[in-house]
Every structure is written in C-alpha cells, then in structure tokens.
Design a protein around this ligand. Structure first.
Ligand code: G1P
Length: 290
C-alpha cells in the first residue's frame, strides 16, 4: 500500500448530543481544555504523517476551516502585545496541515459523507477519522492502523472493546485474532441489539481504506436509521477482498458523551504542568476522593 497522505474528517453532523452547547457552535469547535475538539483530531492526523485533511462539511461549519487558517488581525495584536506563546499557538493551528473541504449537502449518513470526498481523495489510499472520537497515546491512533495497513497491504479499521450494554451504539465486528491485537474480519454489524452483537469489539472512528470503498458506497442501500452506513459498505468490501481490524491502544473519549467529554477536559488539563496542581485543588473541593 502506498503512503497514506489524505485524511477525510466528516464534520457535517448536527451534534444533537451536545445541545444546547452546539446550537450555534459546531460541536467540533467545543473546547477540550484549551483547544477545540477538532484540533486534537487534526493533530493526530499530522503526527501520523498526513499532509492533507479533507473536511466533509456543511454551510454552518466554515469556522472549522477558519481555525486551521491564519488570523492575521489577531496575530498582529498578539505580536504588538508581545504575547509570544499565544501567537505561536494560534499560528501552529494554521500551519498544521493543508485543508480541503467539500460540502455534504444532505445528511444521509456517515457512508454518504465519505462518498462526498471521492473526488478529493482520488485514486490513493486514505484514512477516515470521525471527529467525535478523541484518541491520545504514545503512538497516534490512526498511525497504529496505517502501520498495519502498509505491512499487510490491506484495509484496516480501528476497534476497541466496549461494555456489553454499549454495543448497540457502535459498529461491531466478528473477527479472528491472527496476531496480537490484529483481527481478520469475518463480519460486521452496525448498531446491533445487545443480543445480536457478534462480540464486544466496537469500531472506533478510525479507518485506513483503499479507494475501491467508493464503489461499495455507491451501491450500498440505506441501513440502520435509514442512513447510508459506512459499516455496510465495509462489510461488502471485507467479503470480497478481506479486511483487518486493529485494536487501538491509548485513551479514547467520545466527545459527544458528556461524561467522557468532561473527563477529557480534566485529562488534558492534568497534563499541563502549569494547571495540574490548581486543577487538583479545585476538584478536591467537589469530589470525595477515597
Ligand atoms: C459511527 C459508525 C460506527 C462507529 C462509530 C464510532 O457511528 O457508523 O460504526 O462505531 O461511528 O464512533 P455514529 O457514532 O456516527 O453513529
């Protein structure tokens, strides 16, 4: 497999789980500590060697592209005030990756969103990163998949084990472990009922695919929830040409789940030495630690 240079990030969803916070601010722009959710995802892409990020967006979300562009007026103000660190931080976001975007004019599902990026992806392997899933670890999540995809010359999807009562929120795979943490996929089901789930291995929003996925997406019929499901197209592709799943290591937060979103804020806050001790002092006032 050729190197993976392009990453598709679908960001056109309404973000109903994050209301009312996301009423007029895209859910991807809500902060986790001092950066918007989407910046963590783009940083993971950059740390994994991606050069181009393709946002699948809608008309309410241009502020996402703006975040990864220069804000010359603000930079001038910071420069004049000698705020070197802040200046560096705002410039950094503009210099992270090359940004492209395409509109998803109707919200017909994740599979449909990915299909909108077909022309921009062209004829090369690419990654998909779902903006709600924030991953953090020594090796960036999508990099873990790219390494296996290149070594095995196969499409790869990311999975993590979830509790039984949460399986119906995810795509669930049935796979056979061929190497530690690497599975050959036999089957996958989008949002199964608890009793129908083939395992507890859930698809996390990270995929490394070859462009033939677009032919499958073109043909796939609406699935669960009446949406064009990426999982259904992946299942058809896996049957024809084989596909691997890789268990992703590291911390994962679903930014659309309030408990996980708030935990992510604390997790990243605690990693900042300047904030850590104050943060712990405040938390201690409100939580009875054992
Ligand atoms: C999507 C995918 C699902 C996957 C999930 C991970 O679902 O369809 O297979 O498990 O992302 O976040 P969504 O969360 O968009 O409903």
């Amino acid at each position: 497999m050729k190197p993976v240079r392009k990453v598709v990030i679908p960001v056109a969803g309404w973000g109903t789980r994050s209301l009312p916070a996301s009423k007029n601010i895209p859910k991807e722009m809500l902060p986790i500590y001092n950066k918007p959710v989407i910046q963590y995802v783009v940083e993971e892409a950059q740390r994994s060697g991606a050069e181009d990020v393709i946002f699948v967006t809608n008309k309410e979300k241009s502020v996402i592209e703006d975040h990864f562009d220069y804000n010359l007026q603000l930079e001038r103000v910071l420069e004049r005030a000698g705020k070197v660190e802040q200046l560096k931080a705002v410039r950094e976001a503009a210099e992270m990756v090359n940004v492209m975007s395409v509109r998803q004019k109707q919200q017909l599902g994740l599979g449909h969103a990915v299909l909108c990026a077909r022309k921009l992806v062209g004829d090369e392997p690419f990654a998909i990163m779902v903006g709600d899933d924030v991953l953090f670890g020594a090796v960036p999540g999508i990099r873990q998949l790219i390494d296996v995809a290149i070594a095995e010359n196969m499409p790869v999807i990311g999975v993590m084990e979830v509790p039984q009562e949460k399986v119906s929120r995810y795509g669930i795979i049935d796979g056979e472990e061929i190497n530690p943490g690497v599975y050959r996929i036999n089957n996958m089901v989008e949002k199964p009922k608890q009793e129908d789930a083939p395992s507890r291995m859930a698809i996390i929003g990270r995929y490394v695919l070859t462009p033939d996925i677009f032919d499958y997406l073109d043909k796939v019929k609406p699935g669960v929830g009446g949406e064009i499901q990426l999982t259904d197209a992946l299942q058809a592709m896996a049957k024809d040409r084989g596909m691997l799943a890789v268990r992703i290591y590291g911390a994962r937060f679903d930014a659309g789940d309030w408990a996980e979103y708030l935990t992510a804020n604390i997790y990243f806050g605690l990693q900042d030495e300047k904030l850590r001790s104050d943060l712990i002092t405040h938390l201690k006032k409100y939580v009875n630690f054992e």
